[in-house]
Design a binder for this molecule. Structure first.
Ligand SMILES: Cc1cc2nc3c(=O)[nH]c(=O)nc-3n(C[C@H](O)[C@H](O)[C@H](O)COP(=O)(O)O)c2cc1C
Length: 193
């Protein structure tokens, strides 16, 4: 059984909406347990991370980067970093923002760098944008063309707004891919160097 934590912050509920779809996708893979965790309480108990085999990080893009609460969570893992206690586990990231670009890439790169500093192994979002093969743009998986991690577009209003169906499909596919990769490559901790 593999244990995945989907760790997110969401100021207005949009990132949470996509986090739940990532969970649904990951849970569709056999022998996978998925926990949906808010970043804020984890900031006070970062050692909880040790119990998981893989992490999917989710943050809205605020002013071109991760949100303040998500950064606080990242910074709270300094003790784990010093002992490299997460080394060799898997990680991936996703972000939600209002504009088609909106500097979402910057948020994903921040998560990627964080993962690299912890010795985590990064898993991307390996889907060809489906609009290239004739699927209508709004419905296409990876319509925003992001391989570093998953991107979704959502406005400023609370959830319940209409998201692009393609982004909803991408979130599920991204979660399913992460769990599939984890199932294939996870190495028992005692075999790590
Ligand atoms: C302080 C703040 C900064 C934001 N900065 C950006 C930005 O840089 N790029 C962008 O496209 N959207 C930006 N947005 C819009 C949010 O990313 C968007 O509303 C998103 O859906 C919020 O996700 P949440 O509901 O999970 O908090 C910003 C919103 C706020 C509140």
């Amino acid at each position: 059984m593999k244990n995945i934590a989907v760790i997110y912050h969401s100021g207005h509920g949009n990132t949470e909406h996509f986090a739940r779809l990532v969970v649904t996708g990951a849970q569709s893979v056999d022998d996978t347990n998925v926990s949906l965790l808010k970043a804020e309480p984890l900031t006070g108990q970062p050692d909880r991370l040790i119990e998981f085999d893989g992490y999917v990080f989710g943050s809205p893009t605020y002013l071109g980067g991760v949100s303040g609460p998500f950064k606080s969570f990242m910074d709270a893992t300094g003790g784990l970093w010093r002992k490299q206690q997460l080394k060799g586990k898997l990680a991936a990231g996703f972000t939600v923002s209002a504009l088609p670009s909106g500097d979402k890439q910057s948020t994903l790169l921040s998560m990627f760098t964080f993962a690299m500093q912890h010795g985590l192994v990064w898993v991307g979002n390996p889907f060809l944008p489906e609009q290239s093969s004739g699927v209508p743009y709004e419905q296409a998986i990876n319509r925003l063309g992001s391989w570093t991690g998953m991107m979704a577009q959502a406005g400023h209003s609370a959830p319940g707004q209409s998201y692009a169906p393609g982004d909803l499909r991408t979130a599920e596919a991204f979660g399913r891919n992460f769990a599939s990769v984890l199932a294939r490559v996870a190495v028992p901790a005692e075999e790590m160097v």
